[in-house]
Design a protein around this ligand. Sequence first.
Ligand code: ADP
Length: 474
Amino acid sequence: MRKILFVASEGLPYIKSGGLADVIGSLPQAINCAKYSCAVVLPLYKKIKDKYNLEKINSFNVQSGLINTVADLYYQKFNEVEYYFIANDRYFYRDGMYGYVDDGERFAFFNKAVLEMLNILPFKVDILACNDWHTGMIPILCKKEYTDEYHRNIKTTYTIHNLLFQGNFPENLLDYFNLDRKYYENGDIRFDDGISFMKAGILYADKVTTVSQSYAREILTEEYSERMDGVLRVRENDLCGIVNGIDTRMWDSKTDANLIADYSVTKLSGKKKCKKHLQEMLGLRVADDVLLVGMISRLTWQKGVSLLLEKLSAMMNQDIQLIILGTGDNYIESQFKQLEYTYPHRAVFYCGYNEALSHQVYAGIDMLLMPSLFEPCGISQLIAMRYGSLPLVREVGGLKDTVIPYNEYEHTGNGFSFRNFSGDDLLNVLKYALNVYYYRPKEWKMLMKNAMNTDVSWNCSAQQYIALFDEILG
Ligand code: ADP
């Protein structure tokens, strides 16, 4: 049995800020098979330490430059996957996960600690599956800083969940690693006169993956590469896109404990109850026959919020209700805070992160808006489809790969989409969708069923990861 250790900065059920946590919380379990067994390692943040009763199993030293820091190792088994947590209160016992001035040092420590931890784990790791910038230095450190057989033989994958966040830090962070300076001088880890975790991960992992095929192609172009296209082209032959799935046990309208009523593709009546309950709870006019549109998202410009703000009043001139659940950029939040006053009982903004409410919104709405500027994969549209809520998306990245737009002639599709990043196009397709909702309810129902029957599980993608691991291990 070969061992894969997933390394990430967040993962369900322990902690989540976005889609990365969904992936880390469900992919390892989907890969577990006769050939491969997966484990996960995360930083032990305050929120996890305070909430979970984890077992402390060991302590070890992490040597960085001249500084010696102690890390504690905690453990818990969940859903047949072993979770390890690296603890150092100075770095991780804080209210949030990211956005601190010393993030470079914090995750440099995490990267080094993961590699040190390998020596005391009760199993031998074959592949380190690294994710996003927070783990980007691991491949180069494993290959170049460590000289022992064990580290040298380990293979690495590096998965890009979002190229926008690159982990670029001033040059002096180099002191934190015991890495030969030549890797900075020759440009391998250097980016804009600093060091880039993202660049290092891309260049030194044995294979680079990203979370959809379209995004894998897009990031080779200037428009979507966040200035990493040159670096990515170097690894083009080792780059592949594998689309994300979701945890279909956690996201299941038949068993979801957060919902007032259960429903399924063959018994949709419960969805109406969920809609009514959501409208009541959020102070919207209770009506079954109004198109209830929702958005559940980090509030950043990536998510196409500018289109929404541009067309908000035109959208609200239509016969719709709107729910926005999200938090993020202050300016965007302030814009949405006006919603309820301007459109009483027709629009609500829930400012914050709320897991339970997100389940109720996915189930209660008719349509999910996701007009992203770019979207590596997107998890929200997958959840929406599973709950029979039709996604309205921009045809970009993983949205393009997962949402099949309604074709009224062939009676196919599982959502609606538009191509250009344009407010007019968003509005037009919304009006088109409204027309289908109000005047062709049978077609709408067919689309709902198609959406619910779409395979959004990990089944197919887990096989692709397994094939990739097979290839790497020869
Ligand atoms: P990203 O990773 O870019 O944030 P994804 O669509 O891949 O976007 O994943 C977002 C995940 O975070 C989904 O599971 C979504 O339901 C969840 N989410 C986003 N915002 C909130 C929120 N305010 N409350 C609850 N869940 C949220």
